[in-house]
Design a protein around this ligand. Structure first.
Ligand SMILES: [Zn+2]
Length: 234
């Protein structure tokens, strides 16, 4: 019972934070519209994610299956990833003692690596090969249909907390979670502006669900989403 209450409070906290953050993002967007004149966008906000559709994910009846599966779109003509989805469970996750494989052979679209001072980018390198469905959920290593060019901030502050939430839930309860990640490539840009992450637990129904948009930004850095080039914000 105590655990249930703790979980509820944790989720309520996430929901409240989400609402608070999304209104900040809205204000920030008004005050600091992206500057696209020379192809570069300065971060329109410094928030990692915002809630979409009142946090309610959108899945078809077909996608709400308890039968584990994974689907990865083929790359498009520009070499970009598309929607990836699945029903995740212990069946799709790595064993607890399984080691992550190398993914450095994959060059996602827009991969123009850049190094900055570690006071600006944790670890120094701007770009991470970002899993659309995280390794801890899919055990997918060098799958080029599952890796995009994403900032360190996007990877760690945007996507990871939601991946952890789903992984913890599955490990604790043995549930199956419908899951979908949709990268948001504008026009012919090689780097996406963000991804939409949606999840819905089949067994618990609404007790674990979210619909969030994680921004592919790095505070202090301007990004050219067409090419993947970057520079210090002026
Ligand atoms: Zn569940």
């Amino acid at each position: 019972m105590k655990n249930l209450i703790k979980r509820f409070l944790a989720l309520a906290l996430v929901a409240c934070t989400c609402v608070a953050l999304s209104s900040c993002a809205f204000l920030d967007g008004l005050l600091n519209p992206p500057n696209d004149d020379d192809g570069y966008s300065r971060p329109s906000s410094e928030i990692a994610f915002e809630v979409r559709n009142e946090n309610v994910p959108v899945f078809s009846q077909e996608e709400l299956t308890a039968e584990p599966y994974e689907y990865y779109s083929d790359l498009d003509s520009l070499g970009r990833c598309g929607v990836v989805k699945g029903t995740l469970g212990v069946e799709t996750m790595p064993a607890l003692d399984e080691k992550r494989g190398s993914i450095s052979s994959v060059k996602p679209s827009g991969w123009v690596q850049a190094k900055y001072d570690t006071s600006i980018v944790q670890g120094g390198y701007l770009w991470n090969r970002s899993h659309l469905i995280g390794w801890q959920l899919s055990a997918e290593n060098a799958n080029k249909r599952n890796l995009i060019t994403g900032t360190r901030y996007f990877n760690v502050e945007g996507m990871l907390p939601f991946e952890n939430m789903v992984a913890d839930h599955i490990r604790e309860k043995g549930c199956h979670v419908a899951y979908k990640v949709t990268p948001d490539f504008k026009g012919e840009n090689l780097v996406c502006h963000g991804v939409t992450m949606e999840a819905y637990c089949i067994e618990c129904q609404g007790n674990l669900q979210f619909n969030v948009y994680c921004f592919n930004i790095q505070p202090g850095i301007e990004i050219n989403y067409a090419t993947g080039e970057s520079r210090l914000a002026s």
